[in-house]
Design a protein around this ligand. Sequence first.
Ligand code: F6R
Length: 359
Amino acid sequence: DKGTYPFYMLKEVDEQPNVMRKLAQTYLSEHGEPQIDDKLIKAMQAADRLYIIGAGTSYHAGLVGKRLFERLAHIPTEVHVSSEFAYEQPMLADKPFFIFLTQSGETADSREVLVNVNDAGYPSLTITNVQNSTLSREASYTLLLHAGPEIAVASTKAYTAQIALEAILAKALGEVNGQIVAQNFNIRQQLGLVATGMQAIVDEKAKIEDLANNYLMKSNRAFYIGRGIDHAVSLEAALKLKEISYVQAEGFASGELKHGTIALIEKDTPVIGFITQAKTAGLTRSNLQETMARGAKTMTIVREGLAIDGDTLVLPDVDEMLMPLLTVVPAQLLAYYTSLNKGLDVDKPRNLAKSVTVE
Ligand code: F6R
């Protein structure tokens, strides 16, 4: 039931702070230590490489997960689009471990990969929102997202839940692997900060709606740019905008723009830069300048610690690794308000189904 909300999507965006708290309650002890099935951790520890498999938004959550597993658990991690992996499997490591990210647990493209993985006898984990779903039943292990039903076709809370659960799992694995970064990573405190930060962002809806009206309503194209983990979020931000507002949007590695795509920038093309990583903040700012010099209408979405005068939206600070959990929220809302104010059916965009059960 969507209660007083006009659309499920907005309700589900608003639920995200609670989803973060629910995951912390479910998967962390009183003292903030991850509580994950020992057998699962042992199976992952035995692997020499992780393979994250997903489609659409779940694939994008995997791109963030890769950073978390590599930084916290120090285990090489690859991320693959399921429909590609199923028919062109890359060369595998000696002891692969597969992680399936799927909100519905029913995505046919992802299931096709799992069938092959099971035939080859490799261990696997499904991270899903739906208990007893096909991918949950067929994988060696399951972790549930506990995000509550996601009804809007555009996935929001499942994306942030997947990232938060990947962080908990990476912390657990990193600790048993003796990784100092993992030991020092206070996941409970961080998820608490994330929940508070998300709340602060969803409380700024009026401002974000104005930005959607000023930047995105009048253009049929837009760019989201960033580097590293910000690039990963830019892909998700662009997907949200495309699927519900029909603006042709591209998520782009900001340094790569000047190698060709900047030719598309003309007067008033919206370019939205994500700046949350200290190491690359200055670089992304210069890339934004390059687009501005060619007439782009630029917006910055920046972490507080890196903010300067004139930034458009300043997000609360959490650990840089977890910034995607906050960065994505204004992007979800920008897509929402663009769709809403165009009078579109936000929850049921054309040509799309909630779960894609054909390959
Ligand atoms: C985008 C969206 C889709 C799904 C994709 C995978 O908002 O919802 O891209 O993320 O179809 O679905 P699941 O996660 O159910 O496997």
